[in-house]
Design a protein around this ligand. Structure first.
Ligand code: PLP
Length: 454
């Protein structure tokens, strides 16, 4: 298909000449060429060759209301005419920031009534690092500096975000993590549970938090950060014993709980927030992605009354971003949340489409290549294995996942591979028929992957 008089190959050539991509082997792009997505509607993407592709990842876990909603276009257009930009530094605000902050206080857990706006999830976690240390310093406990996170966690790509994250390939580049951040075991039963039952392993993984606090000293530990369900790590749904034990441990100590809702927030689990799903009471809650369904970049750290009152009493907080509370992005986020509310999208994900997706997805567990399926609401994973009982991988771990993912692209489905874990996180508005299409295509691509290994 020709667009603007240029073929796909010509665009790829220009792209390679001038564009360095995030999380990509930029050298390999010369040979392979970038995929060029030109438009989207509902749950479907359309590429520069006219292929229709079911977006099983909602972009990067963010297009919760689906593509093509005119209301968001109009909200942006209206706000751009009125006030396209102004900042919120130096005690200034504007209508979209006021209205969005009020709306976020309404939909987040009851004890959270303030938001610190950012432009992204990574900026949220930079804010978290600075705010928790500022909190303890204001409370005359400046030694409480260390933040405990988990191996294989993803909390963003800025220096603080990637340090809080526990991804070894990210740490390798740029000398991370920065000091004052430590990592404990993740609750990944399929990969790390060994002979333990999932429940016993969940307890063990949670107790690593207790051990780490005792090792460091409670007076040194500022906060524990975790996603309710690890997304980019491979949709790691913790065993049922994990979060209750983490809550029990945190109750013993004076340590803040940071629940990273960048993926789980705004309906992904079938509840507004992952914290609602697991009954967590966060002190800070980073949010982004689904806040605007990705239509414009915006994020925010939701702050509990306990922390907000200290920040309010703590004098100048010397932190912020040019785009904190960007009016156009805030107006779009507000409209997105209205759509989620007015169309009961999250309620439907909880009671109709989520259960249907999980039921159909679980059928893939019968496939000879699948060692486990798991999921909650509108997010799910499956593990590719060469031995279901032993939970082992094909040689060259990660190759099978990449092969399966490439078959998916060729067959009109975006499914992501994290090593040999295949993951999905479709738009929340996906229909039953589209779920059927997703599962049928996933099944076909698993078959093709199996053929490949024969
Ligand atoms: N936190 C989590 C849990 C994420 O999944 C992500 C991104 O995927 C981030 C933070 C970083 O968000 P951003 O890419 O908007 O900086």
């Amino acid at each position: 298909m020709q667009q603007s008089g240029q073929s796909t190959a010509q665009k790829q050539e220009k792209n390679h000449s001038h564009h360095l991509h995030p999380f990509s082997d930029n050298g390999a792009l010369k040979e392979e060429g970038a995929r060029i997505i030109e438009s989207a509607q509902g749950v479907y993407l359309y590429d520069s060759d006219g292929n229709q592709i079911l977006d099983g990842m909602a972009g990067l876990w963010c297009v919760n209301i689906g593509y093509g909603r005119q209301e968001l276009v109009e909200a942006a257009c209206h706000q751009m005419k009125e006030l396209p930009y102004y900042n919120t530094f130096f005690k200034t605000t504007h209508n979209p920031a006021i209205q969005l902050a009020e709306k976020l206080a309404e939909i987040t857990p009851e004890h959270m009534n303030h938001v610190f706006f950012t432009g992204s999830g990574s900026e949220c976690n930079d804010t978290v690092l600075r705010m928790v240390r500022h909190y303890w310093a204001t409370k005359d406990q400046p030694a409480k500096q260390v933040i405990i996170s988990r191996e294989n966690a993803y909390h963003g790509s800025t220096v603080a975000g990637a340090s809080l994250g526990g991804m070894k390939p990210m740490h390798k580049q740029g000398g991370l993590p920065i000091p004052g951040i430590v990592h404990i075991q993740q609750p990944y039963w399929f990969g790390e549970g060994g002979d333990l039952s999932p429940e016993a392993f969940g307890l063990k993984a949670a107790q690593a938090l207790d051990e780490k606090i005792l090792e460091l000293g409670e007076d040194k530990v500022a906060a524990f950060i975790a996603e309710p369900i690890q997304g980019a790590g491979g949709v790691i749904v913790p065993p049922s014993t994990y979060w209750p034990e983490i809550k029990r441990i945190l109750n013993k100590y004076d340590i803040l709980l940071v629940v990273d809702e960048v993926i789980c927030g705004f309906g992904r689990t079938g509840e507004w927030f992952g914290s609602d799903y697991y009954g967590l009471k966060p002190d800070l809650m980073p949010m982004a992605k689904g806040m605007s369904s990705g239509y414009l970049p915006i994020g925010g750290v939701m702050v509990s009354d306990r922390v907000a009152s200290v920040v309010q009493a703590g004098g100048d907080f010397n932190h912020g971003f040019t785009y904190s509370g960007h009016p156009t992005a805030a107006a779009v986020a507000l409209e997105n949340i209205k759509i989620l509310q007015n169309e009961n999208i999250i309620e439907k994900a909880k009671t109709e489409t989520g259960p249907y997706l999980q039921k159909r997805w679980a059928e893939l567990a019968d496939h000879p290549l699948v060692g486990e399926t798991r999921g909650v609401g509108m997010v799910a994973a499956l593990e590719i294995t060469n031995n279901k009982e032993a939970r082992t991988r094909f040689d060259d771990e990660g190759t099978a996942g990449t092969i399966c993912r490439d078959f998916c692209f060729k067959n009109g489905l975006v499914m992501r591979a994290v090593g040999d874990t295949m993951i999905i996180s479709p738009p929340l508005i996906i229909s039953h028929a589209e779920i059927d299409e997703l599962v049928t295509k996933a099944q076909k691509c698993l078959d093709l992957t199996m053929e490949y290994f024969k």
